[in-house]
Design a protein around this ligand. Structure first.
Ligand code: FAD
Length: 318
């Protein structure tokens, strides 16, 4: 079932969904089931699976020279989605990114997904890899998520890259895109970022999932601004509980989000990491309760490889 159909069928009830990461290479699919088993008790409507690009590492050889290797630490997005569908009969949402793919490779990946019966996608640009200063598209790939949305919208109309294909079956994907209540870090201002977000919706995206935020007012203002410029699709808040004191500096640095003073003050008062985790969980519970009360279509949790915290939050909210 498509995410948009879940949202429409919910009749105003706030749904529950999660995002998981593929395990580090070398781990088994059981590690995914270990995360998802306890979460299934809360009946997630869909499960997002992130995509992780290659990285370059240097290894020292016996002769003292450094050798450059391309590695993917967390492969398996598509097969994990297939496993989720088979094992739980829950709708998986693979993240599809522009970075590292030609349009042809993207098209072939989409064909494979449709053969697997996976009809939901979250379409993203992806970030620059560590060795790049800024995002660089594949020479025959997409520069922006907007172009990926257009490619999928075309396939949904039966327009494939090879115009000579005969008797084609249109794909039938439901697509989500990312939105940033505190603006995307490369964008000069929120207005410009929203203009490009609207372009993704106008090109055919069905819904928006937001970057994490810790101040609900930022989400409410973002939704208001989206509505003002004519974005009418569902906007799903993405939530991540803060669980370690290190995250007070890491999350703003990596995800370009602010921590409200009240949250930072509470964490400053903590005497142990255990206390920090409790403060973070309680903050996320209060955020969730307020968002649910405001009638958000779904609460989407970034599990970051652990079910325990999300289960505790969901247990208080759903
Ligand atoms: P875009 O929509 O392409 O926007 C990127 C920037 O370009 C923005 O500043 C935008 O304003 C600007 N822009 C957009 N279109 C145009 C245009 N036509 N002309 C000029 N400027 C334009 N990354 C991964 O690698 N794997 C994942 O699985 C993953 N999952 C994510 C899930 C969520 C919910 C979110 C919020 C992010 C995720 N990311 C993931 C990170 C994401 O790839 C990065 O934030 C990336 O930097 C931007 O992706 P985007 O799809 O928002 O890009």
């Amino acid at each position: 079932m498509k995410v948009i159909d879940h949202l429409q069928a919910s009749a105003g009830k706030t749904l529950f969904s999660v995002e998981i990461l593929p395990p580090l290479k070398g781990k088994s699919i059981e590690s995914i089931f270990n995360i998802l088993d306890p979460l299934m008790g809360f009946k997630p409507s869909f499960v997002d699976v992130t995509y992780h690009r290659e990285e370059y590492v240097y290894k020292k050889r016996e002769n003292g020279l450094l050798e450059k290797f391309s590695i993917r630490k967390r492969p398996g997005t598509v097969s994990i989605c297939a496993a989720i569908l088979n094992h739980y009969r829950v709708d998986p949402v693979p993240h599809i990114i522009c970075g590292g793919f030609s349009k042809e490779e993207t098209e072939n990946a989409l064909v494979e997904l449709s053969y697997l019966g996976i009809d939901n996608l979250l379409l993203l640009r992806g970030d620059a890899i560590k060795s790049e200063n800024a995002f660089e598209p594949h020479p025959s790939g997409h520069h922006y998520a907007l172009d990926l949305v257009k490619q999928v919208a075309n396939m949904n109309k039966g327009i494939y890259l090879d115009e000579d294909l005969q008797d084609v079956t249109p794909s039938d994907f439901c697509t989500g895109v990312a939105g940033y209540p505190e603006k995307h870090f490369e964008s000069p201002n929120l207005k410009s970022d929203l203009r490009f977000l609207k372009a993704k919706i106008d090109a055919g995206a069905d819904y928006i999932v937001t970057q994490m935020f810790f101040d609900n007012q930022k989400f409410f203002d973002f939704v208001d601004k989206c509505r003002e410029i004519g974005i009418t699709v569902p906007i799903i808040p993405g939530l991540k509980p803060l669980t370690t004191s290190k995250q007070t500096t890491v999350l703003p640095k990596i995800f370009h989000v602010d921590l409200p003073e009240a949250l930072a003050d509470e964490i400053d008062k903590c005497k142990s990491e255990k206390e920090v985790k409790e403060v973070g969980i309680e903050w996320c519970i209060q955020q969730s309760i307020e968002l649910k009360k405001a009638g958000v279509p779904c609460l989407h949790y970034y599990t970051m490889g652990s079910a325990e915290v999300t289960c505790r939050i969901a247990g208080k909210v759903f």
